[in-house]
Write a protein that binds this ligand. Sequence first.
Ligand code: DX5
Ligand code: ZN
Length: 219
Amino acid sequence: MTPIIAPSILAADFANLQRDIEMINGSEADWFHVDVMDGVFVPNISFGFPVVEAIRRHAQKPLDVHLMIVQPERYVDEFARKGATHITVHYEACTHLHRVLTQIREAGCQAGVALNMQTPVNVLADLVDAFDQVLIMTINPGFGGQQLLPLSIPKVSKLRQLLRGAGSSALIGVDGGMGLANTPTLLDAGADYVVAGTSVFGADDPQDAIRQLKNRHQP
Ligand code: DX5
Ligand code: ZN
């Protein structure tokens, strides 16, 4: 199956955001991945509503918003109004995860749940009907440009088994340190979508990097 490629705007040039958005519009990428960080859930602050709204004005593909924030239920509806089409919250940030996922769907978005490195995939076993996608963090979130942590790889296979066993068609994503060298391994483990920041925006030819990720080319 051809993977879904979601370039992460975190690695774009914010002084030339429209240019970088147009680059993605004209590429084989499928989604825009938009990382929102609050400086509490993760040790970094990225951007909020005005930037998401600005991205939406130019983006011609779905907006996959990854909320690395505490109490995401306070902001889900506003991110949906600003143009998010997919909203992913962290398992570790939600006391009532089922309620938040329901809220995301009621806001008209695809509901996603992200798992940090230490969180086993089986915490999702009783919730499979409540989400549309699961994001396996392949780094400790907060910053772009980190190296993939290999401990994350077997989690993707385990989650694939869990979802298959439950008859779920939810998508599995991987986020952090993804590039040409490791994407085929993660796709073989069962990933459906790949988030890539540095390996796309740091490439000499970002559109070609996207094309190669999409077509599983190895360097
Ligand atoms: C990190 C973010 C990622 C990040 C990925 O906390 O969730 O989406 O932008 O960046 P790279 O691909 O550079 O690791
Ligand atoms: Zn992300």
